[in-house]
Design a binder for this molecule. Structure first.
Ligand SMILES: [Ca+2]
Ligand SMILES: [Ca+2]
Ligand SMILES: [Ca+2]
Length: 746
């Protein structure tokens, strides 16, 4: 992102409510001080005029008191000395300088603002917002980005004030021991000597200055122990210098005073010198934290101007316009702590538009504590959770012996992780996760297998396959296999007559075990019964328990909400149309009864998922088709729908529609604190080569596309985890190749 842009964004931000909140929350001290200062200046101006007539010291001492007198003395001394130097202004001229200079010299010189153009467009500088306050970060590549000639602020005389204070607001990450970083350096450019410097180490803050006299030049270092500085929090430091007295105040706390043998020079010339912020004109010692305020206040201790303050670690004397504004709310700070590296422009309040103009800008949704980045035209969640999906990488190409319609990943305790592939041709294969990859483990003869379902009853492990076609003898059945702990293989356990079975669903209600089969069609007839079987512990077999009329049933999905058990069926085709009601049943009085119907289009999959207390049900609509309607290519690119349970109304309501390309499966998964849905897009009317999409849950906006994966005839997705990480696996209904993807998290 260009820095020019940052500046413009900043300008825009200042008109938001955030700015107002920030101003109110910021120290009012600033305004009071300014008024005070204005009065002081006026009064001093008069004093200055008097001074012209009555002479230096006399007029001052009679009318100024305390610190003001000290200030004035310092000014006078500086100018008097300057006047005595060859090539400088005469004594009378010096007095005029004092008079003219009073108005501005006692005002804070915002050194940081001097270095940053009003729009913030300095090269090598980034504006960042952290813990609710903005600061500037220097790029390692451009360590002198923030510098300017001393003559820009010392335009009347080139002597550094003898008495002054420096106010710094900064935020410093932890530093390695012995490492030093410069906050400020005034360097005589020609001879490259440090005239004045402020630098810190993990344990100390050093103030350095050059003293010169006839005997030569030497550097003095005044060191303060600063244990609280390098802790990653914002801090305000005020260093007040007056002759040999050096006083450091941190966050408006008690001052630490050091009396040095060597006073700060009264005649430190800054002619030909340059101010460097965050460096000492070289890469070494570059400031790596954030600086928010850097002010030189000539002639006085700035502490009374800043303190006391409501928010002492962010007390403001003067900061560049680009850094103004605080979010103020402490709860915001907690969240904004994370994206330390983020660029600027965070908008609060209701969702702002995300267009080209807002590209790369942030929006903080305070109600959901979400930080969003405008990318393209979408707000993408960027709030760093503990673990975050970064991207996916190909982990394994799983070559299958034929096209694969369904995949089922499961764990057998003390044995391992497996995936069962439902292959179109005569053999399906079970793979075992071995050395981080799936390796072929067992072949099982199947008949156009559509899907596998793993389940357990007590310690018994089962695997049921949905066979779509009859066997060689014309017998049509699906098979339940049982894991043999002795043979370490699945062996046939029970045959169940089925009709072009598409799917098995296994579930348990009140300690009873059930299996439901989706019978797709019998011959040409799609309007047939699907069957729910119940485990009989006496016979140890599944027995038909309930039949439910279905139309080209494709999928069963079981879930519970509180004490209620639900079963949803995806009805795909009734013989003439894919535009059908797919039904949701609830178990009441020992059987499943119709609860709600949903209009679906070639429904191929139901996916239920929970996000917090919320319950969602997503349908994959694969095809809009009617015998009346001529075949249209666009009838595959249609919306799939996510419904959400409205508990009060006891009904699922439309939550979000997502454009899909002959969607055949939804898979819900989570990474860290983020939730995702991935869709199996299989066909767009022309090609099977279509992208499948990963959507990320973004609260307010529902699911937003975050990643596209090129797939070919994608049929089924499964998510799984191992100790090594999170994975996705998908199968293709059009080629004998499934792929395992590893989710990269960061
Ligand atoms: Ca299912
Ligand atoms: Ca699914
Ligand atoms: Ca799936």
């Amino acid at each position: 992102m260009g820095l020019q842009q940052t500046g413009l964004q900043q300008t825009g931000l200042q008109q938001t409510g955030l700015q107002q909140i920030g101003t109110q929350q910021a120290c009012w001290q600033g305004e009071e001080v300014q008024q005070e200062g204005w009065q002081l200046d006026c009064w001093q101006y008069e004093a200055g005029q008097e001074l012209l007539q009555a002479g230096w010291q006399q007029a001052l001492d009679s009318q100024l008191t305390g610190a003001q007198r000290r200030v004035r003395r310092s000014r006078c001394r500086s100018h008097r000395t300057q006047a005595d130097r060859p090539g400088c202004c005469s004594k009378v001229e010096a007095a005029v300088v004092v008079v003219e200079g009073l108005e501005e010299d006692l005002r804070p010189l915002d050194v940081l603002a001097e270095a940053v153009p009003p729009d913030g467009s300095a090269v090598g500088v980034r504006v960042m917002q952290v813990q609710g306050a903005r600061g500037l970060q220097l790029s390692a590549a451009a360590p002198h980005a923030l510098s300017f000639p001393a003559s820009r602020i010392f335009f009347r005389c080139d002597l550094f004030p003898e008495e002054f204070s420096i106010v710094v607001t900064l935020k410093v990450p932890s530093l390695p021991p012995k490492k030093n970083e410069y906050l400020l350096a005034v360097v005589a450019e020609e001879r490259d000597s440090l005239l004045l410097g402020l630098r810190y180490s993990p344990t100390q803050l050093h103030f350095l200055f050059l003293s010169e006299d006839g005997a030569g030049a030497w550097q003095t270092r005044v060191s303060f122990r600063s244990p609280a500085l390098v802790d990653g929090q914002w801090h305000v430091l005020v260093l007040a210098v007056s002759e040999g007295s050096f006083s450091l105040t941190t966050d408006c706390g008690p001052a630490v005073d050091i009396m040095a043998d060597m006073p700060f020079p009264a005649t430190l010339s800054v002619r030909g010198a340059r101010f460097f912020i965050g460096s000492r004109r070289r890469t070494k010692g570059r400031f790596t934290g954030l600086v928010r305020q850097l002010v030189l206040l000539p002639g006085s201790d700035a502490t009374p101007r800043l303190c006391p303050c409501v928010n002492p670690e962010l007390a403001v004397l003067s900061i560049p316009a680009i850094l103004r504004g605080l979010t103020g709310k402490p709860e915001d700070n907690e969240v904004l702590k994370y994206p330390y590296e983020t660029d600027m422009k965070v908008t609060l309040g209701p969702r702002p538009p995300c267009t080209k103009a807002e590209d790369a800008q942030f929006w903080f949704d305070a109600s959901r504590k979400g930080l969003y980045l405008c990318v393209g035209s979408e707000w993408v969640s960027v709030l760093a959770a503990k673990e975050r999906l970064d991207y996916v990488e190909e982990h394994q190409s799983l070559f299958t012996n034929s096209e694969t319609l369904g995949i089922e990943v499961f764990v057998i305790p003390e044995t391992g992780l497996f995936v069962a592939t439902a292959n179109r041709k005569t053999t399906s294969v079970i793979y075992k996760w071995t050395d981080g990859k799936f390796a072929s483990y067992q072949d099982i003869p199947t008949h156009q297998a559509q899907s596998w379902r793993h389940f357990t009853i007590g310690k018994k492990v089962f695997l049921a396959v949905a066979n779509f076609e009859p066997n060689e003898k014309g017998q049509e059945f699906s098979v339940i296999y049982k894991w043999s702990q002795r043979r370490l293989r699945f062996t046939p356990y029970q045959r169940v007559p089925t009709h072009s079975a598409r799917d098995w669903e296994a579930f348990e209600v009140a300690g009873e075990h059930f299996l439901a089969v989706a019978n797709h069609r019998e011959g040409d007839n799609h309007n047939i019964d699907s069957v729910i079987y119940k485990w009989n512990p006496g016979t140890r077999l599944f027995e038909a328990n309930q039949t439910i009329a279905t139309s080209g049933a494709y999928d069963w999905e079981f879930f519970t909400v509180g004490p209620y058990a639900f079963l949803a069926v995806a009805n795909a085709f009734n013989g003439t149309s894919t535009r059908l009601q797919s039904n949701l049943y609830v178990r009441l009085g020992g059987s499943f009864q119709l609860f709600q119907s949903f209009l679906t289009f070639g429904a191929a999959d139901w996916e239920v998922f929970h996000i917090g207390e919320r319950v969602f049900l997503a349908v994959a609509n694969s095809h809009r088709y009617d015998v009346e309607m001529r075949l249209q290519n666009d009838s595959y690119v249609i919306n799939s729908v996510i419904y959400e349970l409205n508990v009060t109304a006891q009904t699922f309501v439309r939550f979000q529609e997502i454009r899909t390309c002959s969607a055949l499966d939804w898979e819900f998964f989570s990474v860290g604190e983020d939730y995702f849905l991935v869709v199996a897009n299989s066909f767009d009317g022309n090609t099977f080569s279509v992208n499948s999409i990963i959507y990320r849950w973004q609260g307010y906006e529902g699911f937003v596309a975050v990643h596209s994966l090129p797939t070919f005839g994608c049929r089924d997705w499964e998510a799984f985890r191992t100790a090594a990480g999170s994975y996705l696996v998908y199968s293709s209904a059009k080629e004998p190749l499934s792929r395992v993807l590893k989710l990269r998290t960061g």
